[in-house]
Each structure stands twice: as structure tokens, then as C-alpha cells.
Design a protein around this ligand. Structure first.
Ligand SMILES: *Cc1c(COP(=O)(O)O)cnc(C)c1O
Length: 395
């Protein structure tokens, strides 16, 4: 164990099983550890480094903003915040934006918005229906919203107001809807919970149901948004529009940011009803603006779509050779590779040794979420490393 790793064990709360390398530098789709070893990064800071590590347009925007204005009280108008809000509204179906600092905080705000909507329009309805296998963040409310026992059990009793129902079942949502329901909250594709794709017509059925009941549809696009699924927002390829959408991860390519977007009719906060000290500060918004502008101007989402298909085709090509591969699935550059047995931990370690970072999605599945700017060469390189790692499993 290195010096830094020993210090970490001494001083840092142990909330995660770390992999045994200390990253000190990143550029594009590559990172380097403290010994100078290079890795191809198909984790991308948890689907965060949309433009890769230290992309020049992000670095430039941050450096310029750092020298200009880093933080201001939200009592004052600031320019980067307005520019990023305008760009988001111009390129989505939503009308209003609020910025915060993380995904969980964005979802918390979306839930507050839905409750306020319920107070004003639905006789005080305040319950939110979410799905099993979802992931909405680590605050207590979002743990209650997240339909996965492993995140919930350590913190029982959980706050009320969330009903977790079976995923991909419109009937389950219908059965859980009562006069107390103010919203349904879903990820268009469940990311953390397994890269679980929505069945055909599931989301359109949910949309119709929400319309019929007059309740809000909140889409958590924290992982799927900003180009990740091969289009700017995943809802655009699913034939529906949300009333409220949350973003975070890839929006500023690594600088912490979260966002709540809402249609005008759902945008019901009044002054004083919500806030955030750092939320929407000039630094994060300048990074967000630079990232989103680059993604739009260079059709980075289109690249994610093309390269994602190339990656999925490559992984599907492995199925002949490695019979223990049971599934390859994903949209754009959010891709999962599933196995018939629990081999992902050893695959992650073997790939690491060979210079490729991949995520253990489940004991029997890997997830790939590389920067959206990669090309076929990076995919070829990753596939070749995976091929070797998978071959060892066989023999
Ligand atoms: C990562 C994630 C979150 C939580 O975001 P944080 O920034 O870690 O709070 C919420 N929802 C989804 C879909 C996510 O992938």
C-alpha cells in the first residue's frame, strides 16, 4: 500500500471499497496513477467526465471564471447562471431551471417542487412513486426514493412519502396511485441499478397515466442526460416529455453541479421556498456552459450514439467466444455486460492490471461509461483488453 493509501485508511471514512491505485492526473480518456501508470478510463468519474478529463474548453472556462468571479450570494444576478439556464431551456422541453450542487440535491429539490405542486393543485397530495432498482442519491429522502434495500436498510426508519414499486410495470404504478400521489419519479434508463432499459411503451404509458391523474412526471436524467445515451436527453428518444427533469453528473464535465428543470406549469417555487448557497455559482455554471455548448456545437451526443453502437457490437461479438456472457445492453455510452456467474470483481482487477478502468455494476455485470468524446480506437483498445481478461476466465 502506498503512502497516500495508508494515510487514507488513517484519516478518511471508509464508505467505499477502493481499487488499489491512486489517480493523480487525467487527460481525455486517460488517467495516470502515482507511479505514472496509464489507464484507459471507461468509468469516467461515474459518467461525469462527459468531455473526458481536463478538456481544454472546460479548463479554459474555469480558469477564466476563477479569475473573474467564483461565488456570489444568490441575492444577485450573475451571468454564467443565466447563460447556462438559457442554453438548457433552448435545448430541452423544459422552461425554467434551478441550479444546485449534486444529483441528490437536484432530486431533493424536484421532490420539494412536486410537494409544493401537490399543495397548490392536488389538495395536499405529497407522495411520490418510484421504482425498485432505481437510484436517486444518498440523502435520507433519496435513499427512501431509491428502491434498493441495500441502500435503505442501514438507515431505517426512512422518511415517509415514497412508494417503491416494480420497474417496467405500469400496473404497479396505477395500483400505487392514490389521492395522496403528487408525482412519479423515474430514471429513463436505470443506471446504478443495472443499466435496466425501459420496456417498449412503459414510459409512454406512465406519461399517459400521469396526465390522466394530473400528477407530475419527474425524470431523473442525472446519469442519462447531457448526451450519455446518444441524444442530449434520454426522454427525446422515448417519445415522452417530463414535467420536471433533474441533471447533474455530466453537465459540467467534472465540476460539481446539479439542476432541476421544470415546465412552466410545474415551476411553482415562490421566492424564499428553495435555495442553495453554492448552487448556480458562476464557477460551476461557467464549466456547465462550456461543456453543454461544446456538446451541442460538436454533436457529441451523436458521437456517443455511434461509438456506443460500435462498443455494443464489439461486446456482442464476444458472445460466440465467451458463452458465459448472458447479455449486452445499453443506450449510447451507458452500456452493461452481464455474465452467468459472479466474475465481475476479478474482471475489474484484471482489466486494471492491463490498463483499463471499468465499473463493477453487479457481482455478475460490468458497466461502461467512458467520456462521450472517445473514438473507435479507444473502444478497440478496451475490447482488446477485455478479450484478454475474459479469456483468462475461460481457461
Ligand atoms: C448518481 C446519481 C444520482 C445521485 O447523484 P449525486 O451527485 O451522487 O448526489 C441520482 N440519480 C441518478 C440516476 C444517478 O445516477
Amino acid at each position: 500500500m502506498s503512502y497516500w493509501q495508508e494515510l487514507e485508511h488513517k484519516y478518511y471514512m471508509s464508505t467505499v471499497e477502493r481499487l488499489p491505485i491512486t489517480l493523480v492526473r487525467g487527460q481525455g480518456a486517460r488517467v495516470w496513477d502515482e507511479d505514472g501508470r496509464e489507464y484507459l478510463d471507461f468509468v469516467g468519474g461515474w459518467a461525469v467526465n462527459s468531455l473526458g478529463h481536463c478538456h481544454p474548453v472546460v479548463v479554459e472556462a474555469v480558469v477564466e471564471q476563477v479569475h473573474t468571479l467564483i461565488q456570489a450570494s444568490n441575492q444577485f444576478y450573475t451571468v454564467p447562471q443565466v447563460r447556462l439556464a438559457e442554453l438548457l431551456v433552448q435545448n430541452s422541453c423544459l422552461d425554467k431551471v434551478f441550479f444546485c450542487n449534486s444529483g441528490a440535491e437536484a432530486n431533493e429539490g424536484a421532490v420539494k417542487l412536486a410537494r409544493r405542486y401537490g399543495q397548490l393543485n392536488l389538495s395536499g397530495a405529497h407522495e411520490i412513486i418510484t421504482t425498485m432498482g432505481s437510484f436517486h442519491g444518498r440523502t435520507l429522502n433519496m435513499v427512501a426514493a431509491t428502491g434498493q434495500p441495500k441502500f435503505q436498510q442501514p438507515y431505517i426508519p426512512l422518511p415517509g412519502g415514497f412508494i417503491n414499486v416494480e420497474y417496467n410495470s405500469i400496473e404497479a404504478i396505477k395500483a400505487a396511485t392514490t389521492s395522496l400521489t403528487c408525482a412519479v419519479m423515474l430514471e429513463p434508463v436505470q443506471g446504478e441499478g443495472g443499466v435496466n432499459l425501459p420496456d417498449n411503451n412503459y414510459l409512454t404509458a406512465v406519461r399517459e397515466w400521469c396526465d390522466r391523474k394530473g400528477i407530475l412526471l419527474i425524470l431523473d436524467e442525472i446519469q442519462t442526460g447531457v448526451g450519455r445515451t446518444g441524444i442530449l436527453f434520454a426522454y427525446q428518444q422515448l417519445g415522452i416529455e417530463p414535467d420536471v427533469m433533474t441533471l447533474a453528473k455530466g453537465l459540467a464535465s467534472g465540476i460539481p453541479i446539479g439542476a432541476i428543470l421544470a415546465k412552466d406549469r410545474a415551476s411553482v417555487f415562490n421566492p424564499g421556498e428553495h435555495g442553495s448557497t453554492f448552487g448556480g455559482n458562476p464557477l460551476a455554471c461557467a464549466a456547465g456552459y462550456a461543456t453543454l455548448k461544446f456538446i451541442l456545437d460538436n454533436d457529441v451526443a451523436g458521437n456517443a450514439s455511434r461509438i456506443g453502437r460500435y462498443l455494443i457490437d464489439g461486446l456482442k461479438g464476444f458472445k460466440q467466444k465467451f458463452q458465459f456472457i448472458t447479455d449486452v445492453r445499453g443506450y449510447g455510452l451507458l452500456v452493461a455486460l452481464e455474465f452467468s456467474s459472479d466474475i465481475s470483481q476479478s474482471l475489474v482487477m484484471d482489466c486494471l492490471d492491463r490498463g483499463l478502468l471499468v465499473n463493477q455494476l453487479k457481482p455478475n455485470a460490468l458497466r461502461f461509461m467512458p467520456p462521450l468524446i472517445i473514438g473507435n480506437e479507444e473502444v478497440d483498445e478496451a475490447l482488446s483488453i477485455l478479450d484478454k481478461a475474459l479469456s483468462i476466465i475461460v481457461s
